[in-house]
Design a protein around this ligand. Structure first.
Ligand code: ADP
Ligand code: ADP
Length: 228
């Protein structure tokens, strides 16, 4: 069953513009769900609703079948949602370990103090970064891995990736999805915004197409082995 669902979600911005209209979406544990659509289709609005940046003006968000209200990202993070923004929010002069510790909430922060434990955490997801590396010195593709690690530190069950491939070469994109697949295999649900249909067919399990704020199609790719 889905870990998170949007149930007929609409979003009207304060200026009156309706960016989403009665959108339904289910994210399943262990699946990569791609969100496709032209500029302005409502993809960022949808991700921002999942992450608690915006509240729906109508409809509901459910986690494990229960209605939740995320008024701000802290509420979403507390419920196990992590987000990787298109524009990184890293502290460049700090180390990988320090960036992860800063992202961790409460007692989890202790886990990200010892480099040994950080390495073990990374290896769970098939990543192998140097915890002592200065983030600003890393190539962009690795800075993105740090963003992903930051999004995973709070017992994350839903990982949101906003256009992760736009800054990557094709090889780097393949490597990114290897990592994302590892993350899924630990039971995390992943939603990824992309413009690239080939990327979806090669890497995603399920997709939803948005057009002018409405769902305009949904389906399974050949790599999908549906849970239910
Ligand atoms: P996408 O991510 O698919 O490009 P967005 O969700 O960013 O789409 O935007 C959907 C539509 O909502 C666009 O027409 C955009 O201009 C509009 N929009 C986004 N944010 C706001 C806002 N804060 N106020 C008014 N309109 C907005
Ligand atoms: P993205 O690249 O993620 O789609 P944009 O660059 O379109 O985001 O928008 C950046 C910010 O500006 C977002 O917070 C979005 O809500 C806001 N925004 C986008 N379109 C509009 C709009 N038409 N009116 C007001 N705010 C907008």
């Amino acid at each position: 069953s889905p870990v998170i669902e949007l149930d007929h979600v609409s979003k009207r911005y304060p200026n009156g513009f309706v960016a989403l209209e009665k959108v339904c979406l289910s994210l399943f544990p262990g699946e990569i769900h791609a969100l496709l659509g032209e500029n302005g289709a409502g993809k960022s609005t949808l991700m921002n609703i999942l992450y608690g940046v915006h509240e729906p003006t109508e409809g509901g968000v459910l986690m494990n079948g229960r209605q939740v209200i995320h008024r701000r990202p802290a509420d979403a993070i507390a419920n196990g949602i992590g987000m990787v923004h298109q524009h990184f929010k890293l502290v460049a002069p700090f180390t990988v370990a320090e960036n992860m510790a800063l992202a961790a909430r409460g007692d989890r922060r202790k886990t990200f103090r010892r480099h040994h434990d950080i390495r073990a955490f990374m290896q769970r997801y098939g990543m192998d970064l140097d915890p002592a590396a200065i983030v600003g010195d890393l190539p962009l593709a690795l800075q993105q891995r740090v963003e992903i690690l930051k999004a995973l530190v709070n017992d994350t069950r839903v990982l949101l990736l906003d256009e992760p491939s736009t800054i990557l070469t094709p090889d780097e994109t393949r490597a990114l999805y290897d990592t994302v697949r590892h993350i899924c295999e630990k039971g995390t649900a992943v939603a990824v915004v992309t413009h690239n249909v080939d990327e979806v067919l090669a890497n995603a399990d399920r997709y939803t197409i948005l057009r002018r704020g409405k769902t305009n199609g949904t389906g399974l790719t050949e790599s999908c082995t549906p849970e239910d």
